[in-house]
Design a protein around this ligand. Structure first.
Ligand code: ADP
Length: 464
């Protein structure tokens, strides 16, 4: 079976880049990305490709190449579903903020709405692909809705979790470590659907890197991969605190440990804590699933990864307060970096949000600079926490578009995202325009201690 028309529901950080790369690599397939968010679709269609809503190195060039050729962005969800042979669901699946499983389980509301919409619209057989990260057995729920509310057409449901890392999404999509496709391996129709998706990826990925499994293995692999990655960060971060007490340097420890080929060198960078929409959400999901099966030890084990991460953010903020003579009340603090990591404009679960919130509770005045995050996003992130009124957030937090300006007349600087450009700043100029003593807190181990101390900074870095 050859796929001619793809529809992707959800034009976010997963759907947008993934579909752009499929469209680029498979010019014979029409790819339509739909979203109910009109502003977002308008931005994807903006004549100036630099205005697309997701920032990823290399993405705008691909959109420029494929848009209007075989890549389309639209708000007409029904039309795209109707036309498609294959439908990817990549809508948001945030942690529930209400009711049973609040703060832990994934909220599948948006997935269910999609399923019902597909069932209502579809007039011929479709392959439905779960792209969003979903709890194990969501495919079964999808099938239940599609089979019982549809127009009698047949559905094949596949799980194809996305492993891209934001900031390197295009590279990861063009050159994935592996592609995972879960499906109904027991039936010929199931196998045929899996083959159809394998064929798409095989346009640019070697078949040895395309794994096929049953649906539940595929769903659980995604949660497991993210849990393992987050666990590495919490593990090295736990060591960073011990390093600060003992005189060891976490970077030296990480290097020595990472050279053991069984451990490996990647993902051992200590920091102010991981962020992003996936790690925390997926672990919480895992914890919830484990608990629901009565596996309390398993749940407690993974929950600790989140607790460590929360602790790391909190202790970084607390250290700022302690170092500034136990009060930051009325003091201006510059926050450099708002995105959860470099080379993305995604701010979900970013450490900067929580550290700023902590400092605002201590009555600090915050001035934020991030090269890719818009002012309105900073306020939206703070408002979402509901700690104080949005009016107060706006009066106590300023967002500027210049790193030097954010540091002017400040008591302290907190580097919270590892943007390369922060390394190149004229730190002497920054120092000269600050109040003294000038404190510099490096939450990413981005800056060199020696040169900063020579300038005169009181320098604090995680794990050193
Ligand atoms: P992710 O990081 O998983 O891609 P995002 O929040 O960036 O998550 O993107 C999800 C997108 O899905 C949002 O733009 C949202 O508007 C869209 N969406 C959610 N529900 C629906 C729906 N029923 N139909 C179309 N789009 C939807």
């Amino acid at each position: 079976m050859k796929i001619k028309n793809i529809c992707c529901i959800g034009a976010g950080y997963v759907g947008g880049p993934t579909m752009a790369v499929i469209a680029q690599k498979c010019p014979e397939i029409n790819v339509t990305v739909v979203d109910i968010n009109e502003k977002r679709i308008a931005a994807w269609n903006d004549e100036d490709v630099e205005n697309i809503p997701v920032y990823e190195p290399g993405l705008s060039a691909i959109v420029k190449e494929a848009r209007s050729r075989n890549l389309f962005f639209s708000t007409d969800v029904d039309a795209a579903i109707d036309k498609a042979d294959m439908i990817f669901i990549s809508v948001n699946t945030p942690t529930k903020t209400y009711g049973i499983g609040k703060g832990m389980a994934a909220d599948l509301k948006w997935i269910e709405i999609c399923a019902r919409q597909i069932a209502r619209v579809a007039k011929n057989d479709k392959i439905v692909v779960e792209k969003s990260t979903l709890p194990v057995r969501t495919a079964a729920a999808l099938r239940d809705i599609l089979d019982n509310t549809g127009n009698g057409v047949k559905y094949q449901i596949l799980s194809n979790p996305e492993f891209l890392a934001e900031g390197t999404a295009i590279q990861d999509l063009q050159n994935p470590d592996r592609v995972l496709i879960g499906g109904d391996v027991e039936t010929p129709e199931g196998k045929e659907a899996m083959e159809a998706l394998v064929d798409i990826y095989a346009s640019w990925v070697s078949k040895t890197n395309i794994l096929t499994t049953n649906v539940w293995s595929s769903e659980l692999s995604k949660l497991t991969a993210n849990a393992f990655l987050a666990q590495r960060v919490s593990s090295i971060n736990a060591m960073s605190e011990l390093c600060e007490k003992t005189g060891a340097d976490v970077n030296e420890v990480a290097k020595a440990v990472g050279m053991d080929s069984r451990v490996g060198p990647k993902f051992l960078q200590s920091s102010v804590g991981f962020g992003g929409s996936c790690f925390q959400k997926d672990i919480l999901n895992l914890v919830y699933i484990a608990k629901s099966f009565g596996l309390n030890e398993v749940a407690d084990y993974w929950e600790q990864v989140i607790k460590m991460n929360d602790h790391q953010k909190r202790r970084f903020a607390a250290n700022i307060v302690k170092t500034l003579f136990n009060t930051v009340s009325g003091k201006k603090i510059a926050v450099l970096g708002w995105a959860f990591k470099k080379d993305t404009n995604d701010t979900r679960e970013s450490a900067a949000i929580y550290i700023t919130d902590y400092l605002l509770n201590e009555q600090a005045e915050i001035v934020v600079y991030d090269p890719k995050v818009k002012e309105e996003q900073v306020y939206a992130d703070l408002d979402y926490l509901n700690t104080r009124s949005s009016k107060e957030n706006r009066s106590r937090v300023t967002v500027v578009n210049d790193a030097y300006k954010s540091c002017e007349d400040s008591h302290a600087i907190a580097v919270l995202t590892e943007w390369d450009e922060f390394k190149q700043l004229d730190w002497r100029k920054i120092y000269n325009n600050m109040l003294k003593p000038a404190f510099l807190f490096d939450g990413r181990r981005l800056l060199e201690r020696k040169t900063k101390e020579e300038i005169g900074f009181e320098f604090y870095a995680i794990g050193n």
